[in-house]
Design a protein around this ligand. Structure first.
Ligand SMILES: *Cc1c(COP(=O)(O)O)cnc(C)c1O
Length: 443
């Protein structure tokens, strides 16, 4: 058992997060419940901001909102001075509804629709991260119709592969994302963007993967992008004012995960920029990064109530909780691993190895294989830790299970930031065609 941030065990042996006893949180809000340690999220934001300030470079830290995109989180990011990445109409709308300053919003994605582009242009967002030639032309055309000029970065693939699960690495040449530096595509994109009337080319963007535990990948990416910047300057006279090095900074989910401190990742990047960009232009470029997981991941805890227990003698004991792949699909999608705490008896010695199952009709709906817990019983509370990123964001209504509430906890206060879905919400968009309506019997 490893506790993040403000999490502790109180005198009753209950898990406490943000000064709130989770037994009380269950009584007040029910389970499953996403609990976010607000102080820890703010601490992570500040670690990024302070590390960049210490570098002396110009910078922006953009929270990759896809990790956990709700209005309260957009407000928090704004309060902490971060910028914001969005990848869809829905994320953009969430940010705008939360009053997030449009000029600090960056729009990502490999297939932005014409509607999304129009919406983002009208909102006057800060920058588009252009992914491909189709988008480059479409964006220029729509900007022309709207008589606007727009800032763009070009997403490039530097050919650096992060050491991570293959489904979530995107820096290599064979990727659906971005313009490849190695085969000349990125150079051509710079030429086109530079010539496009409505586009103002700020620079380039590279994102090499996710859940990265070392600095080498970032250092290689910086070096590769700097080399590219030098070529572009020499051959086209174009100077990159902004270099965005993406996100992907790792966090500790389970024992054996060995992330670096935020400051170490940032220092590796800013030192690399100072070294490799020296002499390319008069000024060093402004550096942007886009952490998602590392801002919110370890601040999240999902609280469940334990229901049925199935013991197969000599084989395995399955302990089922009142959620599962609907609130956390990552174990099923990526074989992601999580840790947990028996939250209402957190001081008890562990005495058995069990596996935590969800309640969906899928054998693959497992949250944790083989975790040591005290002997559990019906009605106990299980807290799965480190669920702040890509959990609520990826939640679904599979099996028509309503999505849990999300609460921010801080200094003993718990505030709902997303209400629990009701069964009425679940059928809210269903329509029975008129020809299928039940006939009302005439009197
Ligand atoms: C997903 C993503 C991020 C954030 O990644 P994390 O691993 O959550 O830090 C940043 N930038 C881009 C382009 C992404 O696709």
């Amino acid at each position: 058992m490893y506790l993040h941030g403000t999490s502790t065990i109180n005198a009753q042996g209950h898990l406490e997060v943000g000064g709130c006893d989770v037994v009380d949180l269950k009584a007040q809000f029910g389970t499953p419940l996403y609990i976010v340690d607000e102080a820890l999220v703010r601490q992570r934001c500040r670690e990024y901001m302070e590390a960049f300030r210490a570098s002396g470079l110009k910078f922006q830290v953009a929270y990759a909102s896809k990790a956990f995109c709700v209005m309260a989180m957009c407000r928090l990011a704004e309060e902490e001075g971060l910028s914001l990445d969005v990848v869809s109409e829905g994320e953009l709308y969430t940010a705008l509804q939360a009053g997030f300053p449009a000029e600090r919003i960056h729009f990502h994605g490999n297939n932005k629709t014409p509607d999304e582009i129009e919406m983002a242009l009208k909102a006057e967002i800060g920058c588009f991260v252009v992914d491909n030639f189709t988008e480059l032309q479409l964006l220029n055309a729509i900007a022309k119709e709207q008589n606007r000029h727009v800032n763009v970065l070009l997403r490039v693939t530097p050919g650096v592969e992060a050491h991570t699960h293959e489904y979530i690495s995107t820096g290599q040449t064979d990727s659906k994302f971005g313009f490849d530096i190695g085969n000349g595509t990125a150079f051509e994109a710079v030429q086109q963007a530079h010539e496009a009337e409505q586009l103002h080319l700020l620079g380039v963007h590279s994102h090499i993967g996710s859940q990265i535990f070392e600095t080498e990948g970032f250092q290689m990416a910086v070096e590769r992008v700097a080399q590219f910047a030098r070529e572009v300057k020499q051959q086209l006279g174009v100077v990159f004012q902004v270099v965005n090095l993406g996100g992907g900074f790792g966090i500790r989910y389970v024992e054996g995960d060995t992330p670096l401190q935020v400051s170490e990742y940032v220092k590796a990047i800013t030192d690399g920029v100072k070294q490799h960009f020296a002499g390319i232009a008069e000024q060093l470029p402004e550096i942007w990064v886009e952490p998602g997981r590392s801002v919110v991941g370890d601040a999240g805890t999902t609280l469940y109530t334990i229901g049925s227990v199935k013991e197969i003698p000599g084989v395995r004991k399955y302990v089922a909780v009142d959620g599962g792949m609907t609130d956390n699909p990552r174990p099923a999608l990526y074989e992601s691993r999580y840790d947990s705490v028996l939250a209402n008896r957190a001081n008890e010695e562990t005495s058995e190895v069990v596996s935590i199952a969800g309640k969906c009709c899928e054998s693959g709906d497992m949250l944790i294989w083989d975790v040591s817990l005290p002997r559990v019983a019906f009605g106990d509370l299980l807290a799965v830790t480190c669920t702040g990123a890509y959990n609520y964001a990826m939640a679904s209504n599979y099996n028509r299970i309503a999505r849990p509430a999300v609460v921010f906890v801080k200094d003993g206060q718990a505030d709902v930031v997303v209400r629990r879905e009701t069964r009425e919400d679940v059928v809210n968009n269903d329509v029975i065609p008129a020809r299928m309506q039940k006939q009302t019997v005439q009197a």
